[in-house]
Design a protein around this ligand. Structure first.
Ligand code: ADP
Length: 471
């Protein structure tokens, strides 16, 4: 089976968050299951020269986009046994950054159409086009509007993955005809509530819509989670499903991670102690056995930082230590820094993006707090479990699907959870975790359970293959 995976970022070439992680790992996992998968992404300026030097130029064509005709070059690179294509157009992609430009709508409309225009140069006509998020939401629509009549395109099936429904590619409605060049008879599909909505176009025109966890697939039928798209999703419910993400266990592996003070595995959990003391020393926290809670997160309203602020005093009155690594909104960065200033002997704030420090926190903290308001899947809680840091999470989206509450009677489970988005419910879950932490034998069981949980992509890859086959 031939699959073309269309995405706006993919590790290791270019990555700004979870989407890049997924796009870096899922294709490799699918290739291992004998899927003939290729990946296509824009050739951003940010892609390192070392990769560019290994790319092969395939050819170029012109992409009609509204009243424009735009150059599209095609480059090819094999990496980890997967073929990656990069679409070149410096007008759109030679910028300092990936997203956030005034012409993002046009940039990604161009990319979404260029993919289809370049299939002949790839000489690869997939059975399934798998697109991701709003950036590539127009591809299935362009396929229907312009390419279906061509023999080699007529049977292509389409899958749209929604990684976070908050981001929909809302543009001025005049973009639909003037910029995207969508024919009038498809106008309704790309329009929503007076705007162009590129994600909605993808939902309407794909054969299947997949979100990154089963719980999130259900949640987005509710207006609270759907950012305005609930009625569309309810109407399209018959093609909506959820598959939980995995993590790249080659990259996130405590027995190989070079950033750690001491490598360890599920069999040598005691070695985590060196990581805890190393982290405490590095951060200037007193070296001690007190429970150390870590957070690694974008500092945005999604991630439940408000709950932390709501009970910061009660939390800091407890006999614990805490470290938060993150960047994001100004108000959250400042609030976190305020707590750190006030509780200088037990709380550290590191306002930066650092993969090395992230590893050290995953390995050195006892607990990992993730009280998200909503969470499509979440990778951080899985990485934490894999590194033996016990997650304390709110039961939403992928957090609910990946963390099993610890049951002290049956000694099952691998984390601590709370349901309502309420600061005191979160505090209660933290207290329950700390109670178990001091019962050292029980804590070891929770850690064993967490570290031995299966998070590789293999299982999810198989579920994606089932979907491809069903189409
Ligand atoms: P989201 O994609 O919503 O940001 P995820 O939990 O799915 O959340 O993925 C976040 C990823 O980014 C994790 O791998 C996490 O370790 C990493 N990350 C987040 N913030 C930072 C940071 N400040 N420094 C290093 N890594 C970070």
């Amino acid at each position: 089976m031939k699959v073309l995976y269309v995405v706006s970022e993919a590790a290791p070439f270019v990555r700004t968050g979870g989407l890049g992680d997924v796009a870096g790992a899922l294709p490799t996992a699918l290739a291992k299951e004998k899927i003939d998968i290729r990946v296509v992404l824009p050739l951003y300026d940010a892609i390192a020269t070392s990769y560019r030097n290994s790319m092969v130029y395939v050819g170029a064509t012109t992409v009609p986009l509204g009243w424009r005709n735009q150059y599209a070059g095609l480059f090819k690179l094999e990496y980890n046994k997967v073929i990656y294509y990069f679409i070149d157009n410096e007008f759109y992609f030679k910028k300092k950054g990936i997203y956030g430009f005034f012409d993002d709508g046009e940039r990604f409309a161009f990319f979404s159409k260029a993919v289809l225009e370049l299939l002949p140069l790839m000489d690869f006509y997939p059975d399934v086009l798998h697109v991701n998020d709003w950036e590539t939401g127009l591809t299935p629509l362009y396929l229907d509007a312009y390419y279906r009549n061509a023999k080699k395109y007529e049977n292509i099936k389409t899958v749209l993955s929604i990684h976070n429904i908050e981001f929909q590619g809302n543009m001025d409605k005049y973009c639909i005809s003037q910029v995207f060049g969508i024919p009038d008879r498809f106008y309704q599909i790309a329009e929503y509530k007076g705007d162009a909505n590129m994600l909605k176009a993808g939902i309407e025109s794909s054969n299947k819509v997949v979100t990154v966890s089963p719980t999130y697939a259900n949640e987005i039928l509710d207006p609270y989670f759907a950012y305005g798209l609930a009625d569309i999703l309810i109407a399209r419910r018959y093609k909506l499903t959820g598959i939980v993400n995995g993590i790249d266990t080659e990259v996130f592996n405590p027995s190989k991670d070079a950033a750690l003070f001491e490598k360890f595995s599920a069999k040598t959990i005691a070695k985590r102690n060196k990581n805890k003391s190393g982290l405490q020393n590095m951060l200037g926290l007193p070296e001690s056995d007190k429970p150390l809670i870590g957070m690694i997160t974008r500092l945005t309203s999604q991630k439940g930082i408000d709950l932390l602020f709501g009970v910061s005093r009660e939390l800091m009155d407890m006999d614990i230590q805490m470290v938060v690594l993150g960047t994001g909104d100004w108000k959250y960065e400042n609030g976190i820094k305020d707590i750190a200033n006030y509780y200088n002997n037990k709380f550290r704030a590191v306002i930066s993006f650092s993969a090395g420090l992230a590893s050290q926190i995953y390995a050195g903290s006892d607990m990992f707090l993730m009280p998200s308001r909503f969470e499509p899947c979440g990778l951080a809680q899985m990485i934490a479990m894999h590194y033996g840091s016990i997650p304390i999470v709110r039961e939403t989206g992928g957090l609910k699907d990946t963390v099993t509450p610890f049951n002290p009677v049956e000694k099952t489970g691998d984390g601590f959870t709370f349901k309502t988005y309420n600061a005191y419910d979160m505090l209660d879950a933290i207290k329950r975790a700390i109670d178990v932490y001091w019962k050292k034998d029980e804590w070891k069981i929770v850690q064993q359970n967490a570290m031995s949980k299966e998070f590789s992509w293999k299982k999810s890859a198989k579920e994606y293959i089932d979907i491809y086959k069903s189409l």
